[in-house]
Design a protein around this ligand. Sequence first.
Ligand code: ASP
Ligand code: MG
Length: 436
Amino acid sequence: MFIMKFGGSSLQTPERLRETAAIVRKHQHLRPFLVLSAMGHTTEDLVDAGRSALNQRIEARIETFHRTFLSALDLSLECVDTLLSELYSLLKGISLIGELTPKTQDTLLSFGERLSVRIFSAYLNRIGLPSSHYDGWDAGILTDSQYTHAEVLPESSERIRHALGLETKIPVVTGFIGKDGQGNITTLGRGGSDLTASVLGQALGAKEIQLWKDVDGILSADPRLVPAAATLERLSFVEAAELAYFGAKVLHPTSILPAMDAKIPVRIKNHRDPSHPGTVIFEGESVKSGVIAIIYKSNQTLVHIESTRMLGQSGFLATVFQIFADLGISVDVIATSEVSISLTLSGADLNELIKRIKPFATVRTSRSKSILSLIGTATSSSRLLETVMRALNREKIDVQMISHGASKINTSLIVEDGELKRSVAVLYDAFFGGKE
Ligand code: ASP
Ligand code: MG
């Protein structure tokens, strides 16, 4: 068996939903277990509906949207009546009490996925693919009680096997939601359906977990800057995590950890182009040596801190990092020397930072910088750095800082925002040129 998870965009219109069902039919012989997100933008709409209810307005948009599918797909109009009237009562309750706690918010958002699996499963049955729908808790997902970002408890694995192990029809399970030990509905955090897919895959020993999205997979560079950017066929988990952190928003790496623990490959697939193989992420050493992708983050601030008093290196670093921790500032790229630190950050309150550091160090900041990261395992650091420097030097692009970690998975350079486009193009050519 294997898992197919479809996101909201695969269920955005009745036409899309039909295409998604056709993809399932094609894979029927491989025993797919399905995990679904809410249809289209339903989760956002539910968030809005909660806010409106607080302002004494009950929105009909969600009901209308889902009813459109029922008529377009020729499904019984009663199929989601119970749920829709429960949703209405909940919104009414929120408007009467004038309060929306995180616990209630989770129950509210759960309606998206619950509506989605009922409609999709009914449609599969109608077109002759026997299927049954499951709410997360009926499929065995047990969580703690951290509403809006609950964690799946390890006991879930056994419960999932018990709930789904003998299912002979195609199970269609809600992503994103579960219940805690007291039976309260919880959600796993926005985008949590990928995590549900991983958890189910791990519990059931899936051969593969497919996450169907609206992109071909993970690309070697931003196609807006590098038209020749290509889909990466295979990627180790560590590489995928680096890519996700620095901008490739296809996947949240923690959501596939359960799959990686169980050594189950996760494949990103494009529902607009089902025959494309997509990108496979696997646990283990990377298969390719050399740079596999170039990514960036622009609009960063470069901060240079120089110790004025001799705090001693460890005291100096500890003091500076304590200030970052106190201010909740997260640093991306960093380079240190005995008495100075250069680092990049974005969106931090610089005035407060400068005020706290001034007593023992001078601070210089400059904005409009870009972090450009080369991802991949370099066999030789000196060769990699030589290629970078030679390429940039030829174009007279000034590198303001560089960080090359011991893991050699990520080499980051800082350049001016204005030189980003050129830098990416030049480096892409240096590492990928002629390799098409
Ligand atoms: N529907 C939820 C969200 O939009 C979960 C998901 O799509 O993964 O965040
Ligand atoms: Mg969604």
